[in-house]
Design a protein around this ligand. Structure first.
Ligand SMILES: O=C(O)CCC(=O)C(=O)O
Length: 282
């Protein structure tokens, strides 16, 4: 946790006080997922382990490599470079539905998102992300995942679950975060960033989960290999999807609940009559 300019006012605690007074409302963390959700609500980030096996983690690696190869073949490297999209795979579940749908619809991950976004949520986007060794890439700048927005909310409207295809290490440019920056509307000053930015680390197969309003940035990859991830942005259904999933992905075998999360049946009614029809019997 490099702290370039921070005053040395925080010492590691050896006896944390647990008594309190004057409290009316308090959070209860009963299950591990409750604590993870609390960390995301309060700090804006956490790491989730859903228990993928070594075999599943390895096959996610080869699914990612295959998805990237066929994406580049389909769209052409030159065209992708032209629009700075050569380190991204948009909607990988369009090319290879099952493994990428499974990453987005993992039950433990969805239970976490349910704890964070009240009511219904949909998958707004899924992207394969490549942080290349010793080169710049499009996620290596501070941003929010709901960009150009400067507001805060009392409860999350959007959550990013970044599946780690490879280990996220300090050397290979793991994600940097500005703790609790989802609680303050403005982008902070450079001095503040230097004093308070933290770099996360996580293992392949885990998800780095962020409140989308948390300022974060990919780091510089000083290793010899790429650092790859698959991001999943879940939002309240009022946000439109980055790219419409309906009609662009194979929906066979999906439950009604999973179809709803993927936004496959959630289009806006095309007319007042269609709206009234959708409300009939409610
Ligand atoms: O590559 C990273 O670690 C950051 C990814 C990112 O910024 C994003 O998914 O929005």
């Amino acid at each position: 946790m490099p702290k370039n300019e921070a005053p040395d006012t925080c010492q590691p605690a050896n006896e944390i006080p647990l008594k309190s007074y004057g409290i009316i409302d308090r959070d209860m963390s009963i299950e591990d997922l409750d604590l993870t959700a609390e960390e995301i609500r309060r700090l804006g980030f956490s790491v989730l382990d859903v228990g993928f096996t070594a075999e599943q983690i390895e096959s996610a690696r080869s699914d990612f490599s295959n998805a990237h190869a066929s994406y580049v073949k389909h769209h052409g490297l030159e065209k992708l470079r032209d629009c700075d999209e050569h380190n991204t795979i948009r909607m990988p579940m369009a090319g290879n539905p099952l493994p990428f749908r499974n990453l987005a619809l993992n039950s433990k991950l969805l239970s976490l998102v349910e704890r964070l976004i009240k009511g219904q949520f949909i998958l707004n986007q899924q992207n394969g992300i490549i942080n290349p060794a010793n080169k710049e890439y499009n996620q290596g700048k501070w941003h929010r995942d709901v960009p150009y927005q400067h507001f805060v909310t009392s409860t999350p409207l959007a959550i990013n679950a970044l599946y780690c295809v490879d280990d996220f290490t300090l050397e290979n440019g793991s994600t940097w975060v500005l703790p609790a920056s989802h609680k303050e509307a403005n982008y902070p000053s450079e001095r503040y960033i230097k004093a308070h930015a933290q770099q996360l680390h996580a293992k392949a197969g885990q998800y780095v989960v962020l409140d989308c309003m948390l300022f974060h940035s990919g780091g510089s990859n000083h290793s010899t290999g790429v650092r790859r991830a698959v991001n999943h942005v879940y939002t309240i259904p009022f946000f439109k999807q980055q790219i419409r999933l309906a009609g662009n992905i194979d929906d066979s075998g999906l439950s009604d609940e999973h179809s709803r999360i993927l936004g496959l049946n959630g289009f806006e009614p095309q007319s007042i009559d269609a709206y009234l029809e959708s409300r009939s019997g409610k």
